[in-house]
Design a protein around this ligand. Structure first.
Ligand code: AHR
Length: 511
């Protein structure tokens, strides 16, 4: 039996919940845009070609901000190709994913779609093959009211009002040798600084994200962030982090503990930012945009159903990295969201990669249905329920050995308290593959008065830890009521099934 005690004190808080932590990512890659969010001719498509069945699932998932249009794609992209009359837009080669890009979907379509999806736009610019001039032209096109060359072009293209895009990424993964326009830290640092300066001269209200390391294993990790920020600290507001995880060789225990790595990765980037801040005698604080994260089976599952190799032929929207997610993946994704939230004082933006079909919580078939993957559920519940202040929990849990991370807590949790509505939301994972967990909540300064809701995602009765939602079984993995919640005179005890992720909402009063 696994046991944990979670101490929660009303006065020990981390930060307000940054609502931008619940972001997603739409890249022109595989079938994320084409036959994902956009498919003219689909029975559920509206007049603009937006799939309303997918839009409904996106609204249910509840992202607050969406990064667009890439990813590796953006490092060879000309944004001008995606604006103006659709019939006149050029068809191009996308070198990043060896794909034909028709440009039928571009900036105006994405802004219109975002309004339907009720999300903020986070626009990435190309600093691979392009630079300062194209970036400042794009800001003028998107945000300037009118009366200038680029803003009037936007108006002629059908958007009288500015798009008012606040959040911009200064390129993508330029530390990676695979990236079109790969750069050294010094080359990128100077380019980011000058581009940021020029973009803010067009619109001083925008917020800018500098490119950080593509992952923690990059040989330049640490020195990249240090060098880039030494150049661009004053001009940028965030530095990015990217991380993808997968299960290796059936080692589920280590996989379930990957949030330990995510925690350490974040702590390392925070330390580097603050070292540059101290050495440069800066007063402002740069924070983190964790703008690509997820489970991604980059090796070991290269079946016909889950191809992840770059195409060998030139085609439009081929199937790329359409990973199918199981129960274990969903629990791991839950713990990644815990990690992001407990670092909410410094990780202010985060984007799960990607929204539809490409390593995604939502899948869709061309001409066919759309459905929720297992990983949809932790995201949807946390995006909806994490409100108010993030609480600093003290978790004392049974530990279990892992090959990659040593002894790791079997119970992992995070909580938020919304004083206005009087609700405490607790998100909790039981990483044990075979043991139930009992969890006692030790509340200080708060008293639980009622249970509002309790749901759990775990192994279904007729399945196992690898059960997944498929085209012909779209609801095999989901949330069900969590029965094991006992409230006794303000004290709370939870009983969690083995390998599970739960969301519990309590009504609490001061006391
Ligand atoms: O999300 C898939 C790819 O992963 C992105 O294009 C790139 O930025 C990262 O390497």
């Amino acid at each position: 039996m696994t046991h944990a005690r979670i101490t929660i004190d009303r006065d020990f808080t981390i930060a307000d919940v940054p609502r931008r932590l619940f972001g997603q990512f739409v890249e022109h890659m595989g079938r994320c845009v084409y036959t994902g969010i956009y498919e003219p001719g689909h029975p559920a498509a509206d007049a603009r070609g937006f799939r309303t069945d997918v839009l409904e699932l996106v609204r249910e998932l509840g992202p607050t901000v969406i990064r667009y249009p890439g990813g590796n794609f953006v490092s060879g992209y000309r944004w001008e190709d995606g604006v103006g009359p659709a019939a006149e837009r050029p068809v191009r080669i996308d070198g990043a994913w060896h794909t034909i890009e028709t440009n039928a979907f571009g900036l105006h379509e994405f802004v219109d779609w975002s309004r339907e999806a009720e999300v903020e736009v986070m626009e990435a610019i190309n600093l691979g093959t392009r630079g300062v001039e194209e970036a400042r032209a794009l800001v003028e096109y998107a945000n300037h009211p009118g009366g200038t060359y680029w803003s009037d072009l936007r108006r002629r293209n059908g958007a009288e009002d500015p798009f008012d895009i606040r959040l911009w990424c200064l390129g993508n993964e330029l530390d990676g040798p695979w990236q079109i326009g790969h750069k050294t830290p010094a080359e990128y640092g100077r380019l980011a600084q000058e581009t940021a300066k020029a973009m803010k001269l067009v619109d001083p209200t925008i917020e800018l994200v500098a490119v950080g390391s593509s992952n923690r294993q990059m040989p330049t990790f640490g020195t990249w962030e240090h060098t880039v920020l030494t150049h661009a600290y004053d001009e940028v507001d965030y530095i990015s982090m990217h991380a993808y995880y997968q299960e290796h060789d059936g080692d589920a225990a280590s996989f379930l503990a990957e949030a330990v790595d995510m925690d350490a990765f974040i702590d390392g980037v925070v330390a580097t930012i603050d070292a540059v801040k101290a050495a440069g005698k800066h007063t402002k604080q740069v924070d983190i945009s964790f703008d690509e994260w997820n489970v991604w089976y980059q090796s070991g599952l290269d079946t016909d159903d889950q191809p992840h190799q770059v195409e060998k032929t030139w085609r439009e929207h081929p199937r790329l990295i359409e990973d199918t997610y199981n129960v274990t993946d969903a629990v791991v994704v839950g713990t990644f969201l815990h990690s992001l939230l407990r670092h909410g004082d410094r990780v202010r933006i985060a984007n799960q990669a990607q929204l539809v079909n490409v390593i995604a919580p939502i899948r869709s078939e061309e001409g066919g249905p759309a459905w929720r993957q297992s990983i949809f559920w932790p995201f949807a519940r946390m995006a909806k329920m994490a409100k108010g202040r993030i609480l600093r929990l003290a978790v004392s849990s049974t530990k279990a050995p892992t090959a990659r991370y040593g002894d790791v807590d079997e119970v992992d949790a995070v909580a938020t308290w919304d004083e206005e509505s009087g609700r405490l939301a607790l998100f909790v994972a039981n990483r044990s593959l075979d043991a139930e967990a009992t969890v006692d909540l030790d509340l200080h300064g708060l008293r639980a008065t009622a249970l509002r809701s309790a749901e759990v995602l775990t192994v279904p009765e007729d399945g196992d830890r690898l059960t997944a939602n498929l085209l012909d079984a779209p609801d095999a993995v989901g949330l069900r009521p969590l029965d094991g919640v006992a409230l006794d005179d303000g004290a709370v005890r939870l009983t969690l099934p083995a390998l599970s992720w739960s969301a519990v909402e309590l009504e609490v009063a001061r006391g």
